[in-house]
Design a protein around this ligand. Structure first.
Ligand SMILES: [Zn+2]
Length: 299
């Protein structure tokens, strides 16, 4: 027995895409109110599964990226099919995991740690920078294109409010991200208690010493962070520029270059596929530091 949304498909303006295959129930948990199935059946070519509902005053459609369907072309396909059924979607929300870009020695230090959450936000760039997409100019320099505006303040406010619900009803964004992280054993491994002791940020000039873990890496080469260990294990939410590109970054000097060029605090690989369709708000749980110590070989 299923119920149908009381609202027509064209009443939905926010498309929420979960970039990891998690239980749909976890994604639905982000809604303030559930609406049931689409009032008008979806288009034949639309392969997405949807959860409809409300976040704040926004009517939201949630879809998940298909299993093993990572990357911007997969996100673009989900967005395209979503638009065929919900033609008035104007804003995308993309939730998944990403790599943190720490800045422990900069002027505006961003103390980003594993398990923290980054939300794209920046008045100059819109919050998402496709650092490998743009034009090569006549003098050889590369100019990144900032194609779209950022989503309206009201949506960011609603999502920040969701986060602030922490005090009242439990912090749902980290819960949601942790549900995703638990699906990925290599990350689960890192997050097992005592998580913070496993969270080692090595200095950018220190390469991984081999093997599937950092057992051979020298803890004395870790970057100094203040405090060494946070007083509590609650994730911190950061607002800033998210860098999106088509390759996995596992090289700290490049990571730091992207930070300097774009003031970016996080890497991810799917947002570019949505930016062609509508402005998007990107929310990422930090699972590594985009350096050679990143392990993605865990089974
Ligand atoms: Zn290592």
């Amino acid at each position: 027995m299923s119920s149908y949304s009381p609202y027509p498909n064209d009443a939905y303006a926010v498309g929420w895409i979960s970039a990891l295959p998690i239980k749909f129930a976890a994604a639905k948990g982000m809604l303030d109110e559930e609406h049931g199935d689409p009032k008008t059946p979806k288009q034949k070519a639309d392969r997405n599964t949807y959860a409809l509902g409300r976040i704040g005053k926004h009517k939201v459609v949630i879809a998940c990226l298909p299993m093993r369907g990572y990357g911007s072309s997969s996100a673009a396909a989900v967005a395209r099919e979503m638009l065929s059924t919900f033609p008035n979607i104007k804003i995308g929300v993309l939730v998944g995991i990403g790599a943190g870009i720490p800045d422990y020695d900069g002027d505006e230090e961003q103390d980003i740690r594993l398990g923290d959450v980054v939300i794209s936000s920046d008045s100059e760039t819109g919050g998402v920078v496709a650092y490998d997409s743009g034009k090569r100019l006549h003098d050889g320099t590369f100019k990144v294109a900032y194609p779209l505006d950022q989503p309206p303040v009201s949506l960011r406010t609603a999502l920040s409010a969701l986060y602030a619900d922490h005090e009242m009803r439990g912090n749902r964004i980290p819960q949601y991200l942790q549900a995703m992280l638990a699906k990925h054993q290599h990350m689960e491994h890192r997050y097992k208690y005592p998580g913070q002791l496993k969270d080692v940020l090595f200095r950018a000039d220190y390469q991984h010493q081999g093997g599937k873990s950092c057992a051979k890496c020298d803890p004395r080469k870790a970057a100094k962070r203040e405090p060494d260990i946070r007083a509590d294990a609650n994730p911190v939410i950061h607002h800033g520029v998210i860098a999106t590109g088509s390759s996995v970054v596992k090289y700290a000097p490049f990571r730091d270059e992207i930070r300097r060029k774009h003031r970016a605090i996080c890497f991810e690989m799917e947002a570019a596929g949505l930016m062609n369709n509508f402005p998007c708000l990107v929310i990422r749980g930090i699972s590594d530091y985009a350096d050679s110590h990143k392990n993605d070989d865990w089974h």
